[in-house]
Design a protein around this ligand. Structure first.
Ligand code: BYC
Length: 479
């Protein structure tokens, strides 16, 4: 067992017995002020002295793990929590299948595991940086609070990964932890590691698409790491997944509320132009979906990946819900048919299963995204509008892996660069689309009121009404 009972009174709340490991405790307490400095400079701009109605993790029990109250963000209790794991945990996949799981990092896998932890860790502060200006244009107090909830929890996920680095990777781990606070989203000299985390998120439709599509990659990556033979990583990511569900909810329902509002204004007339009312046309929403979905597909890595094969073989990273969904956990037998580009045409090739692990995970992700699309399309149908949102083909607009460097239309047909360039704005949004969306982003701070481009949610947070005062501007920092 890695987890102990929760010590919530400690400077760093935790259930990892921090008070009994003075060296680690001191190292993390030294990291804490650097983290707070980073939060104050790179976290949400303004609002730091305001009281936000936030959920804080206080326990790892399934019921009652969270506490809701008003908190000033810099005072948020960023803690380290691991889900308890079974006493006699066995390895569930790969070459070490069936052997005892590891409480320490095996020397031969140290570099690979550190790389996985650092890559995961890097996304967390990156997303906070990407979203730092959004508060100034929040469409309601409800949405403003949800943004900050996500931001503080991404901060806590960084803590979770930094705990692993400090605790299990010695001096290298401590150096990596420092660097996590030094890289900056979008900075050409010291960018974040994965491509999407360097893309600006400067309007709320982008934010909702990011929480829908990019956070959903997080669900699958964390799910795969939750299977790891390295128990501390599995236990940490399992608890992160508990928090992650809310982020996906914000994304999926956020996009849905934008669609719903436009549909309401269209009153069944597919030709009605909702820009008359400052709402967002369905065509623009589709283009934003195309962009954020295709960017997020890149996060699964190459279709054919020897790294992916090694991670699986070494029992470091499994498949999503490996135990529940798969029978063969060794993966030496099967194969996967994959579309590849050969001699200027798309061909099908058979790839050994282990080399296709990134693609296996991407398949699960795509199926999950399709479910959300069906729900959005029901919203259009209910409003009597013959409009269907679609996901572009997985080969469209890719920058990593097999399809990078080639050009595809959203239907997945190989095209030449000039044809792609000619239709790029129609598929991925134009400067005009983006400046229009930005132009309707106005800050609304009256409890229960919403900007005209978004419908209110069905219900409020934690049993409170939608018109609850989710943010109190004690600090008068909202402008
Ligand atoms: N951008 O075989 P390859 C989340 C690199 S999101 C830039 O293709 P591999 C969150 C790769 O590192 C979840 N580089 O792929 C969401 C490798 O580099 P090196 C984050 C990329 O190794 C919202 C090279 O290309 N978690 O939590 O299987 C808000 C060739 O490698 C990209 C994780 O990612 C890219 N998109 O990598 C907040 C889990 N893709 O070694 C949070 C940990 C690949 O040649 N990461 N490369 O220098 C991993 O498991 C793997 O590293 C990857 C795939 C999934 C990224």
């Amino acid at each position: 067992m890695v987890a102990t009972s929760v010590d919530y009174q400690a400077r760093i709340p935790n259930n990892v017995g921090l008070s009994s490991d003075r060296r680690l405790q001191r190292a993390l307490e030294r990291w804490l002020p650097n983290y707070i400095d980073w939060w104050r400079t790179m976290g949400p701009e303004g609002f730091q002295e305001d009281s936000i109605y936030l959920r804080t993790a206080v326990s790892v029990e399934k019921s009652g793990w969270a506490h809701f109250d008003y908190v000033k963000m810099p005072d948020y209790r960023w803690g380290i929590f691991l889900n308890p794991t079974e006493e006699d945990r066995k390895i569930g996949f790969g070459d070490h299948y069936g052997k005892n799981a590891w409480d320490q990092v095996p020397g031969e896998y140290r570099n690979a595991l550190r790389r996985i932890v650092v890559t995961q860790a890097d996304t967390e502060p990156a997303s906070v940086e990407q979203q730092r200006l959004l508060g100034k244009t929040a469409p309601s107090l409800y949405d403003l609070r949800n943004l900050f909830q996500i931001n503080v929890e991404e901060g806590r996920h960084l803590w979770a990964m930094v705990y692993l680095l400090h605790s299990y990777f010695g001096r290298d781990g401590r150096e990596e932890a420092e660097e996590l606070l030094e890289r900056r989203s979008g900075n050409p000299d010291k960018p974040r590691i994965l491509n999407v985390f360097n893309e600006p998120i400067d309007d709320w439709l982008s934010f909702f698409c990011f929480a829908m599509f990019t956070d959903r990659d997080g669900k699958y990556q964390l799910g795969a790491l939750a299977e790891s033979a390295f128990t501390p990583l599995a236990a940490t990511t399992r608890f992160m997944l508990t928090e992650e569900a809310h982020h996906l909810f914000v994304g999926q329902t956020g996009v849905e509320r934008v669609i719903q509002r436009s549909c309401e204004l269209m009153k069944g007339d597919i030709d009605y132009d909702v820009t008359n009312d400052g709402a967002i046309p369905l065509g623009i929403i589709q283009r934003y979906i195309n962009r954020w979905y295709s960017l997020s597909l890149d996060l699964f890595g190459s279709e054919v990946s020897s790294n992916g094969a090694t991670f699986f073989a070494n029992s470091l990273k499994g498949r999503f819900q490996e135990q529940r969904r798969w029978d063969d956990h060794v993966g030496l037998e099967g194969s996967k048919m994959m579309s590849v580009v050969r001699d200027g045409a798309v061909a099908t090739e058979e790839v050994p299963l282990r080399n296709a692990m990134n693609e296996v995970l991407r398949d699960e992700y795509i199926a999950d995204c399709e479910t959300a699309l069906r729900s959005w399309n029901r919203t259009c149908k209910k409003a009597g509008l013959a409009f269907e949102f679609t996901l572009p083909d997985r080969k469209f607009h890719r920058h990593q892996g097999e399809y990078a460097g080639h050009f595809f239309n959203p239907a997945g047909e190989l095209i030449d660069e000039a044809t792609f360039a000619a239709s790029q704005s129609e598929w991925l949004g134009s400067d005009e689309d983006r400046s229009y969306v930005k132009s309707v982003m106005v800050q609304v701070t009256e409890p229960g009121q919403f900007a005209n481009w978004i419908a209110p949610p069905r219900r409020g947070i934690n049993g409170n009404p939608v018109e609850y005062k989710y943010v109190q501007f004690d600090g008068h920092t909202r402008d």
